[in-house]
Design a protein around this ligand. Structure first.
Ligand code: OOB
Length: 547
């Protein structure tokens, strides 16, 4: 048929840290790593579930066969314009059907999507494009009142590697529409299952966001196992209310788990109760996933909106800590079960199981997916704490990365020498083996599930001429759990808080990262002798801001 070879030789991506050989052997032997790629998975699904509906987006309904064919055609077009195996492609799409067409097309080519979120702006996007040396950037034309093509121009200016800006939708401006890339299918060499399939974003705690390389083998294991734990089958209907590029709605079990099970993915354009509850009724949705603030909003609106939610079996909540008080309201108000999900894009995902007793479901964040997920709870010296006590969570396993992408130095502190990932979470383990998240020791603000790295925002603040020093800390918030507060030592006359926020927005920072509060102080308190670490500073400032 074509000149392309069908070889699936593993390709070593520079900057990727593989699992040691003995772990690779074990994960394969036990069958966690099943030797499948996303491209071949979709092919099998299309054979098995041909005419069943895979994706619903508004009035559009794509069957498994149609999705498979679209992926083939677009893969051919992407190949025609020179996109090849291992190329990085920054993907910033909202919840639209084309998200799947593009992902599977890239996977068929062997290219790596870099999963940006719709909320990201030029600061994040130009960094992703230049750091990954992306060859293409894929955007919606307009979405939610924002023109993403403007970001396309900025990305082109910042990243010399970028050869294409591709637009989903009928208004590409001077860029290429993906409508013009749907060629006749051509055979392409499938990547090796052990190859990196994509890069996810870390919530981060450092100056620049870290990128997470996930392989077909490891991610598909987490997808398959998650689908099983959550009881998905061809009758399942999953509502994607959260942005699908995030690890939780993508794979826990999310949209990929639903497709793997032969179910139907329903895409919500936004997660508001008005939109989402109407879709639950219309499409007879059986399972969906939310962050705690949205769960609270749905609970408060459900009675008033009077939708028929009788199809809904499970509401998953994760991304930040769900209070027991809110957890208790789920079944009486929505008439469905609750599943707590404590996961991370780096790997480890914990679920309460569907038939667990109430006290476990209401008060724990679940237990790991895999019997081979190794969990350690340690003190500051990396020594195991006594059973049941709080400590730092370390983890290693068949779908937890061994290193961030191209981050050799950071990896030395983010992982132990024997390969455990330092999650930055403080947890205790119950006698039944369930994790309870009690806090965090990383310099991050968890704003209702959206993660903000303190240092990243501080660096932006320090770029303002009237800012002498700055620290960004979390303050408690009844609705979001936490909000961000910038504590600023001005140089000369202090700028106004609105002016400082405007400055950050103009630097192209995603809106959720702009501090909710700004406080000015004369100086940061210096305790003890010598230099105060930023970590201590953040801790003492956060403590002083607590009510
Ligand atoms: C999910 O992934 P990320 O990468 O955005 O954030 C991971 C961090 C965790 O380390 C933890 O600090 C926090 O988010 N977190 C939770 C939590 N779920 C996540 N903290 C308390 N309770 C929970 N239930 O957020 C993510 C990825 C996959 C599935 C679910 C969530």
């Amino acid at each position: 048929m074509s000149t392309d070879t069908k070889s699936a030789k593993q390709q070593e991506l520079p900057g990727y840290v593989p699992w040691p050989e003995e772990f690779v052997r074990r994960y394969r032997e036990v069958g966690y790593w099943a030797g499948q790629t996303f491209g071949s998975m979709l092919r099998e699904l299309a054979e098995r579930y041909a005419d069943r509906v895979a994706v619903v987006d508004g009035e559009r309904r794509w069957t498994y066969s149609e999705l498979d064919e679209r992926a083939d055609r677009l893969a051919a077009g992407l190949h025609r314009i020179g996109i090849r195996a291992q190329d990085r492609v920054v993907l910033q799409l909202p919840n639209v059907a084309e998200f799947f067409e593009v992902c599977f097309a890239l996977w068929r080519v062997g290219a790596l999507p870099v999963f940006a979120l719709p909320a990201h702006r030029s600061s994040e996007i130009t960094y992703f494009c230049s750091f990954t040396e992306a060859v293409a950037y894929i955007v919606p034309g307009h979405h939610a009142g924002f023109d993403y093509r403007a970001l396309g121009y900025e990305a082109q200016g910042a990243a010399p590697s970028l050869r294409h800006v591709l637009v989903v939708g009928d208004d590409p401006g001077s860029f290429t529409s993906i409508d013009d890339l749907r060629d006749a299918p051509r055979p392409l060499a499938d990547p090796a299952p052990s190859d990196v399939a994509f890069l996810q974003l870390s919530g981060g705690s450092t100056g620049v966001p870290k990128l997470i390389p996930r392989t077909h083998d490891d991610y598909l294991y987490s997808v398959r196992a998650s689908a099983k734990i959550c009881g998905l089958d061809p009758s399942s209907v999953y509502l994607a209310a959260l942005p699908v590029a995030h690890n939780f709605p993508l794979s826990s079990p999310g949209v990929l788990g639903t497709l793997y099970a032969g179910g139907t993915v329903v895409l919500a354009p936004d997660p508001s109760p008005a939109t989402a509850l109407a879709l639950i009724e219309r499409e007879r949705v059986t399972i969906t996933a939310l962050v705690p603030p949205l769960a609270l909003l749905w609970l408060d609106s459900a009675a008033r909106l009077e939708h028929d939610l009788s199809s809904l079996e499970v509401l998953q909540v994760g991304g930040s800590k769900l209070s027991e008080e809110v957890a208790r309201r789920v079944r009486p108000t929505l008439g469905c079960g609750l599943q707590q999900v404590f996961g991370m894009a780096e790997g480890l995902v914990n679920y309460t199981r569907l038939h667990d007793p109430d006290d476990i479901i209401l008060a724990t964040q679940g237990r790991p997916i895999s019997p081979d997920d190794e969990v350690r709870v340690v003190d500051d010296e990396d020594q195991d704490v006594p059973a049941g006590e709080v400590g730092h969570l370390l983890t290693r396993g068949p779908y937890t990365i061994r290193g961030y992408y191209r981050a050799e130095e950071h990896n030395r502190s983010a992982f132990t020498r024997d390969g455990f990932y330092r999650t930055g979470d403080l947890v205790r383990v119950t006698p039944e083996g369930y994790l309870v998240v009690t806090g965090r020791d990383k310099d991050q603000i968890n704003r209702g599930g959206e993660k903000i790295a303190a240092e990243e925002i501080e660096n932006h603040l320090l770029a303002h001429p009237a800012v002498h020093d700055a620290a960004v800390v979390a303050v408690p918030d009844a609705y979001l759990g936490e909000r961000s507060c910038a504590v600023v030592v001005p140089r000369g006359e202090a700028p106004s808080a609105p002016a400082l926020k405007k400055f950050l927005r103009e630097r192209g920072l995603a809106a959720y990262k702009v501090p909710d509060l700004v406080k000015f102080v004369d100086a940061f308190a210096q305790t003890g002798v010598g230099k105060v670490s930023r970590k201590q500073l953040r801790e003492s400032l956060a403590a002083s801001l607590r009510p």
